[in-house]
Design a protein around this ligand. Structure first.
Ligand SMILES: Nc1ncnc2c1ncn2[C@@H]1O[C@H](COP(=O)(O)OP(=O)(O)OP(=O)(O)O)[C@@H](O)[C@H]1O
Length: 265
């Protein structure tokens, strides 16, 4: 007998981690972001790519709630960006590592863990979270080194470990792989993919290095404060007939304004 039961409906897509509609930001007397619409999903790595000065950091600052003069709609994890309830749910790593150079790696992590989860009752949980975060960024063998004695790339990884302490639902990373050698870069991208797959973390990662684009699930291509395209790397290549995301970007730039522009590095 044929089964007349309708096939079960597929599960609805999870709520977006970030949803922007008409996002506009003014810095000084300049409009730096101009009416942006985009969505970032949980469990996905979204790459934010574009030339230097196009507004990537400004967009990230708006998402984490540290940017003034933001208009339009910007919802983060179901709340308006900047809502105090979002603070423990978002990890943000800026371009400049923010660590105490006169403390060891572990002491830095202990300090931030105590801010996140104060009190004796959380002592064991703090110790576990610190050990896990140091392991996540592959700094276990440097845990007792002074942060001031680390290389720039190692110090950025301490900043990343701090951001991972609270197991955030959203990680916002501003050029996290700058200055890292290829082996460490690969290790970090593996970690980003594990966070997306195992913890359903939404990752928004900026870069102006186009070869990192292929490692992302989705891309937001930016130029001069606008989104040129929002899609998967594969769809962007197919749509433009380009072999690389960099060529796809150039194609889209030409299609948007038929003039010669400098390509992002
Ligand atoms: N404090 C500020 N006051 C006024 N304008 C600013 C300020 N900071 C940045 N801008 C301007 O905002 C624009 C976007 O800067 P933003 O730092 O967001 O770009 P970006 O894409 O992150 O660049 P990069 O890749 O070099 O970090 C730039 O034109 C910059 O000059």
């Amino acid at each position: 007998m044929m089964n007349s039961e309708p096939a079960p409906a597929p599960p609805p897509p999870p709520d977006p981690a970030i949803e922007a509609r008409g996002l506009t930001v003014v810095r000084g007397d300049r409009t730096v972001l101009r009416g942006l619409d985009f969505t970032v999903r949980p469990g996905r790595i979204t790459g934010l790519l574009g030339p230097s000065g196009c507004g990537k950091t400004t967009l990230m600052r708006a998402v984490v709630g540290t940017q003034a003069k933001v208009t339009g709609r910007l919802d983060v994890l179901g709340r308006p960006a900047g809502d105090p309830a979002l603070r423990p749910r978002i990890g943000y790593v800026t371009q400049a590592p923010s660590v105490y150079t006169d403390l060891t790696v572990r002491q830095n992590l202990d300090y931030f863990a105590a801010v996140l989860h104060p009190g004796r009752a959380h002592r064991d949980a703090r110790r576990d979270a610190v050990a896990r975060a140091i392991g996540d960024v592959d700094l276990t063998s440097h845990a007792d080194a002074l942060a001031g004695a680390l290389s720039g790339g190692q110090r950025s990884r301490v900043s990343l470990a701090v951001a991972l302490l609270g197991t955030p639902d959203l990680l916002v990373l501003d050029e996290p792989t700058v200055g890292l050698d290829p082996v460490l870069r690969r290790g970090l991208w593996d970690l980003f993919h594990r966070l997306a797959a195992d913890r359903s973390t939404a990752l928004l990662i900026s870069s102006h290095v186009m070869d990192e684009a292929e490692r992302c699930h989705r891309l937001l291509l930016m130029r001069e404060g606008r989104i040129l395209a929002e899609d998967t790397p594969e769809a962007l290549r197919d749509r433009t007939g380009a072999e690389t995301v960099e060529d796809a970007f150039l194609h889209l730039v030409d299609a948007a304004a038929p003039r010669t522009e400098e390509a992002p590095r």
